[in-house]
Ligand binder design. Structure first.
Ligand code: C2G
Length: 711
């Protein structure tokens, strides 16, 4: 595409405090293949630290930078943009969204005589979405205006300025949200259909942090309901006489009711708050709009319109119950959750039940295991329950074993007073009044976590929101060192009680029976007593996955060469992260390489090893308690540090061992490990002091006392 660029296009970008996104947005505008642009940025009185970046761009004379004296909202900003736009066309872009390089070119080339043309929008959940598959051939179709604007948004539409002037298009300034609708109305009124493109022109960002930085559509459901109903009533008053507009508005209202109101009304508080308002709004609806709605919606809306709250609640409750039941019988998984919600959660809570889980039921390990063993060894009067994926797991003591997500699992989660987990609990588990949740977590952070991360590359783009909701249920959070306490407060926004006793899982590293344990573990695995052990325990990569929880891993260590050079003295224990789904191939390496990825507890592997190789995994913070050498095999450091995660610690300078890029460097370092040790002795001491010094072999006891004994 390369149209003659005779016509100027005014791109209107309202901006408010979204500094982390505006860079990508403006870059996508400045690098448009279509260059005859007027870029109007309206800063809605953002905080000063949020505007610096824009000011650096002002050299580009195509940019017009306007500021509002005080915060006036997106509608006001867009109107201001319209007032100063001089282009033949206008295009609205949000400051967190991104244009495809050819977007304006293609839209201009295809608008012909139409008053506007719509591009194709894709949701942008994580940076990799931008890559997308190759674009198909351009196909232009005529679509009904009410279809094009069925979500009430004005974005990604190139509009002829003469149309805007002729119909005095303005945005309604009375609310913060739902204001696009007012800009769309004129199209509904005057244009039956518009050309629409099949190819992607616009990426609409779904913000990954609805907690600390919500977009307008991520604000609370109450605010959105107030805004939507206000705009509906206002537009109805102004344009409701037009049959097409009325039909369009009623369509939006019914869509809003089915998507949002049904959810807020499940909470009695919200129902009380909004019933009268929705009743008033529904009275304005043309009953003919209900024709295509299912019977129960027709009935509910009729009752809403009548204003009879009691009758509405009865019908609504019945509908919700019927819907839940209908959903429940669609499959066993849903049925179990249904039984959990409707029945188990009403059973009395058992004061002396403790339910334990470690690494998603994959193994019997980590701090939950130490806490459990302390409880049974000290014969404390509790009924313990352990969650495993494998129901036939055998563990010491007489804990009840339940399979993860079985009916028994739901039962015990519903009735157990104490929950102990080292990861996040599933979102659908309900914490009851009286529950005590001890979150042990599973490592000192090196790589940035949750709210300290900018982009989320991992398989779940709702990571931040989910994390926030889950961590609200944690009463206690364990911390291994001061550094972690500070990070957990900021990254998790954790504001409950932090137990600063070190990790129970590391008590074993200080055990007086260390030597016996080492001999036993080595024998169990089949490692000869006279061989030294190198443990390789890397972490996972956020962007390399099959599906959530199932990540890929390609071994970069040359095991055959390692065997050749080091095989005389050493064996290698390979330990993949619990998210890794790929199997490590140790064929032909019998007696040298041991794949211990399924071994229950990595702490025992720490104990038997003489050297640790890792990358960005938190394992080295724990291993350092042993004061044995650590090597970092960081073949993808730049990508991991700069793109995927970012680090809290300058571990290139402060780490307790060398950062090595190739398999050969790793082998060399092992061969001259005594030199490495000497070289890093000072850094190691400082590292130990900072990260390990809370550990004295008694962390478990301190935690148990605090949570179970002290009242
Ligand atoms: N782990 C393991 N084997 C590995 C890697 C990790 O058994 N090869 C265990 C260790 O107990 C480690 C924990 O899983 O401490 C967490 O692993 P990380 O690699 O640090 O990664 P992640 O699961 O993302 O957790 O606050 C720290 C973090 O959240 C890191």
């Amino acid at each position: 595409m390369n149209t003659k660029q005779n016509a100027m296009v005014s791109i209107i970008i309202p901006y408010y405090n979204s500094m982390e996104f505006i860079g990508d947005c403006l870059n996508s505008v400045l690098s448009q293949s279509y260059t005859n642009l007027e870029i109007i940025i309206i800063n809605d009185s953002s905080d000063s630290e949020n505007t610096g970046y824009i000011e650096t761009l002002l050299e580009d004379k195509r940019i017009v930078y306007l500021k509002n004296e005080s915060k006036k909202g997106v509608a006001y900003s867009r109107n201001k943009g319209l007032d100063s736009a001089t282009g033949e066309f206008v295009f609205f872009l949000d400051s967190e969204d991104i244009l495809v390089e050819q977007a304006i070119d293609i839209l201009v080339a295809n608008i012909n005589e139409a008053p506007a043309i719509a591009g194709n929008t894709k949701r942008l959940l994580k940076p990799t979405d931008l890559e997308g598959p190759a674009q198909p051939e351009i196909i232009l179709t005529m679509k009904d205006s009410n279809k094009i604007f069925s979500n009430g948004s004005i974005l990604n539409v190139l509009i002829r300025s003469s149309f805007i002037k002729e119909h005095s298009i303005r945005f309604y300034e009375g609310t913060e949200g739902s204001t696009d609708i007012s800009g769309v109305i004129q199209f509904i009124l005057y244009v039956k259909s518009l050309p629409s493109l099949n190819i992607r022109t616009y990426f609409q960002r779904v913000r990954n942090d609805p907690i600390s930085n919500p977009s307008l559509v991520q604000r609370s459901i109450q605010e959105r309901t107030r805004d939507f109903t206000t705009v509906y009533m206002e537009m109805n008053k102004q344009y409701g006489k037009s049959e097409v507009v009325k039909e369009y508005l009623d369509g939006l209202l019914l869509r809003f009711y089915r998507r949002e109101v049904i959810n807020i009304f499940q909470d009695k508080k919200h129902l009380d708050e909004f019933f009268a308002l929705l009743s008033t709004v529904m009275k304005m609806l043309n009953p003919a709009a209900l024709a295509s709605q299912p019977t129960h919606i027709k009935r509910e809306i009729k009752q809403l319109r009548s204003g009879n709250k009691e009758k509405f609640i009865r019908g609504f409750k019945f509908h919700v119950e019927a819907r839940d039941f209908k959903n429940a019988i669609k499959g066993f998984t849903r049925l179990k959750r249904y039984i959990y919600n409707k029945f188990f959660l009403r059973f009395p809570m058992k004061e002396n039940y403790i339910i334990f889980e470690s690494f998603l039921g994959k193994n019997y390990s980590d701090s939950p295991r130490n806490i459990y063993e302390y409880i049974i060894e000290n014969k404390m009067d509790y009924q313990c329950i352990w969650v495993f994926n494998d129901k036939n797991r055998k563990i010491p003591g007489n804990a009840k074993i339940v399979k993860r997500f079985s009916l028994a699992y739901y039962y015990y989660f519903a009735v157990s007073k104490y929950w102990i987990n080292n990861m996040r609990q599933p979102l659908h588990l309900v914490k009851r009044e009286g529950n005590v949740f001890l979150e042990t977590w599973h490592g000192t952070p090196l790589k940035k976590l949750v709210f300290d991360m900018k982009d989320v590359y991992s398989a779940n783009p709702r990571y931040k929101r989910d994390f926030y909701m889950q961590s609200r249920a944690w009463d206690y959070l364990l911390s291994p060192n001061r550094y972690s306490s500070e990070i957990f407060r900021s990254a998790f926004k954790f504001d409950n009680e932090m137990l600063e006793y070190g990790y129970p899982r590391n008590d074993i590293l200080y055990s007086p029976q260390k030597e016996e344990i080492i001999t036993r573990v080595k024998r169990n695995i089949g490692i000869p007593d006279n061989k030294k052990v190198v443990l390789y325990a890397p972490t996972w990569r956020d962007d390399d996955y099959y599906e959530p929880g199932k990540y890929k891993f390609q071994l970069q260590l040359d095991l055959h060469k390692m065997k050749e050079i080091l095989g005389e003295d050493y064996v290698v224990a390979l330990r993949m992260h619990y998210f890794i789904a790929d199997d490590i191939n140790v064929e032909g390496l019998d007696g040298f390489a041991f794949n211990l990825s399924k071994y229950d507890d990595i702490a025992e592997l720490y104990l038997i090893s003489d050297i640790l190789i890792t990358d960005y995994s938190s394992v080295f913070f724990d291993y350092a308690n042993l004061e044995r050498p650590i090597l970092f095999f960081t073949y993808d450091l730049d990508k991991y540090r700069d793109q995927l995660r970012g680090f809290y610690l300058d571990f290139e300078n402060e780490g307790p061992g060398p950062l090595l890029r190739t398999s050969d460097e790793v082998i060399n370092a092992i061969a001259k490990i005594d030199e490495v040790k000497k070289e890093y002795a000072t850094k190691y001491d400082a590292f130990y002091e900072r990260f390990c010094s809370w550990h004295d072999g008694k962390s478990t006891e301190k935690v148990v006392r605090k949570v179970f004994t002290e009242k």
